[in-house]
Ligand binder design. Structure first.
Ligand code: SF4
Ligand code: SF4
Ligand code: SF4
Ligand code: FES
Length: 983
C-alpha cells in the first residue's frame, strides 16, 4: 500500500494503480472524457490533467508512486482541463435538449457541467464528411465526433475486430472503417462495442434516434433550426442556461424510459446488460457492469431483439382439429393437455409420456418441468438439448475430474499462457469469450493453437493451426499426451500428488504413437511434436472445445482425451489452466444442472440413489421413479417402438435440431399427443396437437447459468405479450390441473425450493443475485461460490483426479464412392441455430439473408461451382437444396453448412448415429453427394456481409500520431513546454 495526497487529503493506493482510479475512488471530481476503466488510458483528450508535485500530468496515464501530492483543482491543472475541453468542443455542438443521447450519462454534457465552461472559447469546426447510415443498426456522425478514440480502442483491443482507426495525419481526422470504407461494406461485425463506449452521440444505435427524447423525433429540418437557435443564443446566455433546459428534459425522460437488467438469451457466454425501453420499443442494449462481459456484446446480444415484438409471435393457444389448428382459450387448451396426459398415463403407464425442457428457458422452468415429469406424472423420461451437444463433454469431465462444468472462469482463460481450441468456431459461436482470447493473444503474447476442419477466425489468428482429418482429434490428443509422458515432459509431481490411474492409462496409450497419429490425422510429426513442446513449456494451458469434439460417435472419449492431457501436464487447480467445454445455449448448463435429465435430479443427484430420492420424496410428498428414463434420442426410438405415446416439448425446435430430421419428424407425427410450447409457430408445431404461446426471456424473471457455471438473474424487461405466458406459469397450470397443488407466485420461490434440495446450490438466493451480482456453483450455504474449481481437491470420492483409459473406434457415416464429400456443420455469428429468433431481425437478415454451403476453391473448380450456384446435397438420410459459397475457409472435399435454415436444414442430411456413451448425435460425421443444379443465383452472402471486409489491425488508437500533429500542443500553457509524465 502507498500513501498519496489528493487535494490535501491523504489516500491509500495500491502499487501499480492508475492515479485516475485512486482519484475516482476518493470521490474527487476530475474531468476525464476519453478514460474508460475497461479500456485503460487512451490519452487523447487531455481533460484529466492534474498537478503532481508542481508538474502537469495526465491522471489516466500516471501510475501512483508513494508520497506524491496531487492537485486536481490547482490553477494550472484547472486551466489545462478547461483548455483541453474547449478543444473538444471544436468538434462537437452542444444541442443536448434535442439530442437522443441526453440521458444523464453523456460524458460531454456532464464534463461541460463539471468544468462550468460558459462560452465556447475556440469555435466549432465542421468536418467535410456526411453521416454514415450504411449499417442497419447504428450510424456515425463525424460532425459530433470528438476524436476521443474510445471506439477505436474498443474495436482494436477489446473486440479485436480491428475495423476502426483514426486518420490522425489527415487535415480533418475522423473515425474510419477499414481505413476508409463505408460502415456497411466494412469488416464491422456489428458487435456494438464502439457504440457502447462512445461518450457522446457520434455513434448511436438507430433504435435510439428520434425515440429517446421528447423533441428528438421532430423532422430533421426543424431539428436543424432548433440547433441553430441554440448556437445563436449561446454567446449571450452562456451554456449554463442551455444546460439547465436540457437537464429538465433529461429528467422527464427518466419517467418514461425504463432500464432493466437482463441476461442474453442466445449463447452460453452469459453476457448481461441493461435494456432501455420506451413502452415496448427497445431503445438500446447497454452493456457495462456484466461480470462476464463488461462493455462487450456480439451482434445478437446487442441488436438481435426484434423477434420479441415480431407480429409472428404466438398470442393464443392452438388446438388441432380435423388436421387444422384453431385458436382456443387458455382454459380449454390447458384442460385438454391435462385430460390427455391423464388418459394416456392411465392407459399406458407414466413412462408412455416424455418431457423435453428448454435450454433457452430459465433454471426455474427446467426445475418445474422435471418436477412435473417426476412428481406429477411419475416418469424420468426427461431431457434437454444438452443431449445434442454438451453431454459428452460433461461425461469426459465426470470421468476425470468430477464436476461437469468449466473448471474456471473466462478470466482464467485470459490468464493462460497457451489456449488450445479444438472443434470450436469460438469467434462466431461464443463471440464475447473469443474477444478475451484474441485480446490476450494480441496484447499479452498468449499463445494460441487451434484444431479445426475450417480455417475460422481463431485459426487464422493462431500460432499453430491443425487441420486433422475429420473425427481424429482423439488420436492426436492421445499421441501428444503419450509423447509428453515418454519424453519426460509430464508433470510428475502433479501426477503423483493428484492423479490416479496412471499405469492403466499409459497402457491404453500404446497405439497412439506420433507416427500413427500423423498418419491417421493427416498431420506432420513435426507439427505434433511442436504442439507437445508448446504445451509443456506454457505457464498454463486452457483447452476450449465444443461440438467439433462432442458431436462424434466418440464424443465422450474425445472430451476425456482433452482432460487426460490436462492432467498429465498438471493443467488444473490454478488460474490460467483447465477444461472449458463451451456451452452453446444461454442456459444449456442450467437445464442439466436443474434436473432436466433422465438420470439426474437437480445438481446431478442420481435418480437411482435412495438417499437422494427419499430427500426429494419428503420435500415433494410423493413417491418418485427410481430408474433412469429415456433421453431425447431414445424418446424418438421409443415412439417408433410404440412405447411412447405423448410428449411435452417447450422452447426446443426438436424437429430440426435433432439429427436425422426426417426420421425425427416422422416419429413425432406418430405420437398420440404432442404439446409444443414456444414463442413462434416453429417447425415442431406442425406435429403438435396443442400449441401453447410462451414468453421469451425479456418477458419474465428467473435465472440462467452460463458456461462459467455463473448463475445470474434476469428481470422482466417487458410485460408478457398479451396472450402469451411465461413458461413457468404454464407448466404450473398444467401440473395443478393434474392435481399438483403448486402455489409459486414468483420464480424466487421456486429457487428457494431448489436450494433446499440441492447441495450444489445450497447458498443460491435471489438476494445474492440482486442486479448484476452472480454466483458460480458450487455455492455453499453461506453464499461462498467457486469461480475456479479444484483449488483444494478434485470432485471425485478420494479427492484425486482420474486418468481414463481410451481406445480408438471408427467414425460413422464415412464417405464412399457415392457419398464422396464430408459435410461439417455448425453455427454462424449472426444467426442462432435454425434462426427462429434471428431471422426476425431485419438488420441481421439484411446482412445474412440465407443459409449456404461452403465449398473449397479446389472443389469448386473441379465441379464448376461459383458462389451462388444452386447445388443439391444428398446423404444416406435426406436431401437439401442450397446455394454454394466458395471460400478457402474449407479445404478439398470438405463442405461446411451453417445450421441457420428452416427450409434447408442441415439435419435432413445427418444420421441417427450417436456417441456411444451419451447418445449425442454424431452430427459431425456426415457424408454427402453433391449435384450441381443448372441455376446460378446471387451469392448467398451479400457484399455488405462483414466477411468481405478488410480489417486494419493496429496497436490501438495510436495517440502518438495525434501528438505529432503540428496543431497539437499540450494544454496548460499554450506552448507545449510543460513537462508531461507519460505512463
Ligand atoms: S466491429 Fe463494428 S460494431 Fe464492433 S467495435 Fe468494431 S466497428 Fe464497432
Ligand atoms: S465516434 Fe469514437 S472517437 Fe468519435 S466520439 Fe465516439 S468514441 Fe470518440
Ligand atoms: S456472446 Fe453470447 S451471451 Fe454474449 S451477447 Fe453474444 S450471444 Fe449473447
Ligand atoms: S482521460 Fe483523456 S487523457 Fe486522460
Amino acid at each position: 500500500m502507498l500513501k498519496i495526497t489528493i487535494d490535501g487529503v491523504s489516500n491509500e493506493a495500491t502499487s501499480g494503480e492508475r492515479l485516475i482510479d485512486v482519484i475516482n475512488r476518493a470521490g474527487a471530481k476530475l474531468s476525464q472524457v476519453c478514460y474508460h476503466p475497461q479500456l485503460g488510458p487512451i490519452q487523447t483528450c487531455d481533460t484529466c490533467m492534474v498537478e503532481i508535485n508542481g508538474q502537469l500530468a495526465r491522471a489516466c496515464a500516471t501510475t501512483v508512486s508513494d508520497g506524491i501530492a496531487v492537485s486536481t483543482k490547482s490553477e494550472k491543472a484547472g486551466a489545462a482541463q478547461r483548455e483541453a475541453f474547449n478543444r473538444i468542443l471544436t468538434n462537437h455542438v452542444l444541442y443536448c435538449t434535442v439530442c437522443d443521447n441526453n440521458n444523464g450519462n453523456c460524458t460531454i454534457h456532464n464534463t461541460e457541467k463539471m468544468l462550468a465552461i460558459e462560452h465556447q472559447a475556440i469555435p466549432y469546426h465542421s468536418k467535410p464528411y456526411e453521416e454514415d447510415h450504411t449499417n442497419p443498426f447504428y450510424r456515425y456522425d463525424p460532425q459530433q465526433c470528438i476524436l476521443c478514440g474510445r471506439c477505436v480502442e474498443a474495436c482494436q483491443n477489446v473486440q479485436v475486430n480491428e475495423t476502426l482507426s483514426i486518420n490522425w495525419e489527415d487535415p480533418h481526422p475522423r473515425v474510419q472503417w477499414d481505413g476508409g470504407s463505408t460502415i456497411g461494406e466494412s469488416s464491422c461485425v456489428s458487435c456494438g462495442h464502439c457504440i457502447s463506449v462512445c461518450p457522446c452521440n457520434a455513434l448511436m444505435e438507430k433504435s435510439m434516434l428520434g425515440h429517446a427524447g421528447f423533441f428528438t423525433g421532430l423532422p430533421k429540418t426543424t431539428l436543424a433550426d432548433m440547433i441553430d437557435v441554440v448556437k445563436g443564443v449561446e454567446p449571450e446566455t452562456g451554456y449554463g442556461a442551455i444546460l439547465q433546459l436540457s437537464e429538465a428534459e433529461s429528467h422527464m425522460r427518466e419517467k418514461r424510459v425504463r432500464r432493466t437488467k437482463t441476461v442474453c438469451t442466445y449463447c452460453g457466454v452469459g453476457c448481461s446488460f441493461s435494456v432501455w425501453t420506451k413502452d415496448r420499443h427497445i431503445l438500446k442494449v447497454e452493456p457495462l457492469e456484466g461480470p462476464t462481459n463488461g462493455i462487450s456484446t456480439c451482434i445478437k446480444g446487442k441488436f438481435g431483439w426484434d423477434f420479441v415484438n415480431s407480429p409472428d409471435r404466438l398470442t393464443s393457444p392452438l388446438i388441432r382439429e380435423n388436421g387444422k389448428f384453431r385458436e382456443a382459450s387458455w382454459d380449454e387448451a390447458l384442460d385438454l393437455v391435462a385430460r390427455k396426459f391423464s388418459e394416456i398415463k392411465a392407459k399406458n403407464g407414466p413412462d408412455s409420456l416424455a418431457f423435453v425442457s428448454s435450454s433457452k428457458c430459465t433454471n426455474e422452468e427446467s426445475f418445474l418441468m422435471q418436477k412435473l415429469a417426476r412428481a406429477v406424472i411419475g416418469t424420468n423420461n426427461m431431457d434437454n438439448c444438452s443431449r445434442y451437444c454438451q453431454a459428452p463433454a460433461t461425461q469426459g469431465l465426470f470421468r476425470t475430474v468430477g464436476y461437469g462444468g468449466d473448471s474456471g472462469s473466462i478470466r482464467d482463460i485470459e490468464n493462460a499462457g497457451l489456449v488450445l481450441i479444438i472443434g470450436s468456431n469460438t469467434a462466431e459461436s461464443h463471440p464475447v469469450l473469443a474477444t478475451r482470447v484474441k485480446r490476450a493473444h494480441k496484447l499479452r503474447g498468449q499463445k494460441l493453437i487451434v484444431s479445426d476442419l475450417r480455417e475460422n477466425e481463431m485459426a487464422k489468428r493462431a500460432d499453430v493451426f491443425l487441420h486433422p482429418k475429420p473425427g481424429t482429434d482423439l488420436v492426436w490428443l492421445s499421441a501428444v499426451t503419450r509423447y509428453l509422458l515418454d519424453n519426460g515432459m509430464a508433470n510428475t509431481k502433479f501426477l503423483n500428488q493428484w492423479v490416479s490411474g496412471l499405469e492403466e492409462y499409459k497402457k491404453s496409450l500404446a497405439p497412439f504413437t506420433i507416427e500413427f497419429a500423423a498418419k491417421t490425422c493427416g498431420l506432420s510429426e513435426d507439427t505434433l511434436k511442436k504442439v507437445a513442446h508448446m504445451i509443456a513449456e506454457a505457464s498454463g494451458v486452457c483447452v476450449l472445445w465444443a461440438m467439433g469434439i462432442t458431436q462424434h460417435s466418440m464424443g465422450s472419449d474425445g472430451s476425456t482425451a482433452i482432460s487426460n492431457l490436462l492432467l498429465v501436464t498438471g493443467n488444473y487447480m490454478r488460474t490460467g489452466t483447465g477444461a472449458y467445454p463451451l456451452r452453446g445455449h444461454n442456459n444449456v448448463q442450467g437445464a442439466s444442472d436443474h434436473g432436466a435429465m433422465p438420470n439426474f435430479l437437480t445438481g446431478y443427484q442420481r435418480v437411482d440413489d435412495p438417499e437422494v430420492r427419499s430427500r426429494f420424496e419428503a420435500g415433494w410428498k410423493v413417491p418418485l421413479p427410481s430408474t433412469k428414463g429415456l433421453d431425447n434420442h431414445e424418446m424418438i426410438d421409443a415412439i417408433y417402438e410404440g412405447k411412447l405415446k405423448a410428449m411435452y416439448v417447450f422452447g426446443e425446435e426438436i424437429s430440426l435440431v435433432d439429427s436425422n430430421a426426417n426420421f425425427v419428424g416422422e416419429g413425432l407425427a406418430k405420437l398420440e399427443f404432442l404439446v409444443v410450447q414456444d414463442i413462434f409457430f416453429s417447425n415442431s408445431c406442425h406435429f403438435a396437437d396443442v400449441v401453447l404461446p410462451a414468453s421469451p426471456s425479456l418477458e419474465k424473471e428467473g435465472t440462467f447459468t452460463s458456461t462459467e457455471r455463473r448463475i445470474q438473474r434476469l428481470y422482466e424487461v417487458l410485460e408478457p405479450l398479451e396472450g402469451s405466458r411465461p413458461d413457468w406459469r404454464i407448466i404450473q397450470d398444467i401440473a395443478n390441473r393434474l392435481g399438483a397443488n403448486w402455489h409459486y407466485q414468483h420464480p424466487s420461490e421456486i429457487y428457494r425450493e431448489i436450494a433446499s434440495l440441492t447441495p450444489l446450490f445450497a447458498g443460491v438466493t435471489y438476494e445474492r443475485l440482486e442486479g448484476f451480482k452472480s454466483l458460480q456453483w458450487p455455492v455453499a450455504k453461506d453464499g461462498t461460490d467457486q469461480p475456479l474449481l479444484y483449488t483444494k481437491q478434485f470432485a471425485l470420492p478420494d479427492g484425486k483426479a482420474r486418468l481414463f483409459p481410451l481406445s480408438l473406434t471408427e467414425t460413422t457415416d464415412q464417405p464412399n464412392a457415392e457419398f464422396d464429400l464430408h459435410l461439417n456443420n455448425g453455427r454462424l455469428l449472426e444467426h442462432f441455430h435454425e434462426g427462429n429468433m434471428t431471422y426476425r431481425s431485419e438488420g441481421i437478415r439484411e446482412k445474412t439473408p440465407d443459409v449456404f454451403v461452403e465449398v473449397s476453391p479446389v472443389l469448386a473448380k473441379e465441379r464448376g461451382i461459383q458462389s451462388g450456384t444452386w447445388v443439391q446435397l444428398t446423404s444416406r438420410y435426406g436431401q437439401v437444396r442450397v446455394r454454394a459459397l466458395v471460400t478457402d475457409r474449407v479445404q478439398g472435399k470438405e463442405l461446411y453448412m451453417p445450421m441457420n435454415s428452416t427450409e434447408s436444414p442441415v439435419n435432413r442430411l445427418t444420421s441417427s448415429h450417436t456417441d456411444v456413451v451419451t447418445h449425442t448425435p454424431a452430427y459431425k460425421e456426415a457424408s454427402v453427394h453433391l449435384d450441381v443444379l443448372q441455376e446460378v443465383g446471387e451469392s448467398p452472402l451479400p457484399r455488405i456481409n462483414h466477411r468481405f471486409g478488410h480489417p486494419t489491425p493496429q496497436r490501438g488508437v495510436e495517440v502518438e500520431r495525434k501528438w505529432k500533429r503540428p496543431d497539437y500542443h499540450v494544454p496548460g500553457n499554450g506552448n507545449g513546454l510543460v513537462q508531461i509524465q507519460k505512463n
